[in-house]
Design a protein around this ligand. Structure first.
Ligand SMILES: C[S@@+](CC[C@H](N)C(=O)[O-])C[C@H]1O[C@@H](n2cnc3c(N)ncnc32)[C@H](O)[C@@H]1O
Length: 267
């Protein structure tokens, strides 16, 4: 942990933040840059096939998890620390007629309530950056996946030494920025957990587009629903400079969005 933040408090704030209506208003149902287009690329890179068992760590509202079941024919389980998101994801699975092969569990990525070797594929989208103990979370992913299985991660990457003040602190941590690491560090952490890294890619445009989307939605809300959004916690005066700082950080290479696929070697 850094910046004097307490791990349990960070996790609780992340789970609460991502349960809020504000986040879904700003992001839609897919809580990561690149949306389901990048999720499909991730599934293709890990080689997801019909009948495989997929675990989605920090599954949010289950949007990617259910896509794996619907479009790829996988049997899926999601784990998330937000009870509200787990309930919404379970409801979405039932509504889509997928309850027999899609389950969602309340749990911590650093102590996942699933057995060893329960997955052929583990994914984790835009969440490793928020876990206070990234080593333990990756060790958990290595425990869940069978030998020969794969992990697919997309995440915010950051050069933390160059982050401007607007992009540090608890709010920026929850927003996936303050504790994000460089791509090379994610690869080193995956290797330390026993994975062999197969693919790394940069998806910078996905992050730029997400900043544009948030900015456009905020402007629309400012014009049409300012009191309601302020009641949900938005400070319009602060949001503009933070988004501007994020845009500059993307432009100068301090912030990025990255994809990594790694394999657990067969014993
Ligand atoms: C940016 S959202 C990404 C959600 C989903 N992967 C997606 O892309 O739509 C981060 C998610 O991580 C969850 N989360 C945060 N800390 C967690 C932890 N320690 N264990 C499990 N889930 C966690 C939050 O509740 C939230 O749903």
């Amino acid at each position: 942990m850094s910046a004097g933040l307490d791990a349990a408090a960070v996790k609780a704030c992340c789970a609460a933040g991502y349960s809020s209506d504000l986040v879904s208003l700003l992001l839609g149902d897919s809580y990561h840059p690149g949306g389901l287009t990048l999720t499909r690329q991730l599934f293709d890179r890990v080689g997801l096939r019909a009948g495989q068992r997929l675990v989605d760590v920090a599954s949010g509202r289950g949007t990617s998890t259910l896509l794996a079941a619907q479009e790829y024919g996988a049997r899926v389980e999601g784990v998330d620390l937000s009870a509200g998101n787990v309930a919404l994801a379970s409801g979405a699975a039932a509504a889509a007629g997928l309850a027999d092969r899609a389950e969602f569990h309340l749990g911590d990525a650093e102590d996942v309530p699933l057995p060893d070797g329960c997955a052929d594929v583990v994914i984790c989208e835009c969440a490793l950056c928020t876990f206070p103990d990234k080593r333990t979370a990756l060790a958990e992913m290595a425990r869940l996946v069978v030998p020969g299985g794969r992990v697919g991660i997309t995440d915010v990457a950051a050069d933390r030494d160059r982050l401007p003040d607007e992009l540090t602190g608890l709010t920026a941590w929850i927003a996936c920025v303050a504790d994000a690491r460089p791509l090379a560090e994610y690869a080193d952490l995956a290797a330390e957990a026993g994975f062999r890294v197969l693919t790394t890619e940069r998806h910078t445009n996905a992050l730029s587009r997400m900043i544009d989307q948030i900015e456009a939605r905020l402007e629309l809300f400012r014009m049409t629903a300012k009191p309601r959004l302020e009641a949900l916690g938005i400070d319009f005066a602060k949001a503009g400079p933070v988004l501007e700082a994020a845009r500059r950080a993307v432009d100068d290479g301090t912030l990025d969005y990255v994809l990594m696929v790694a394999e657990k070697p067969c014993e």
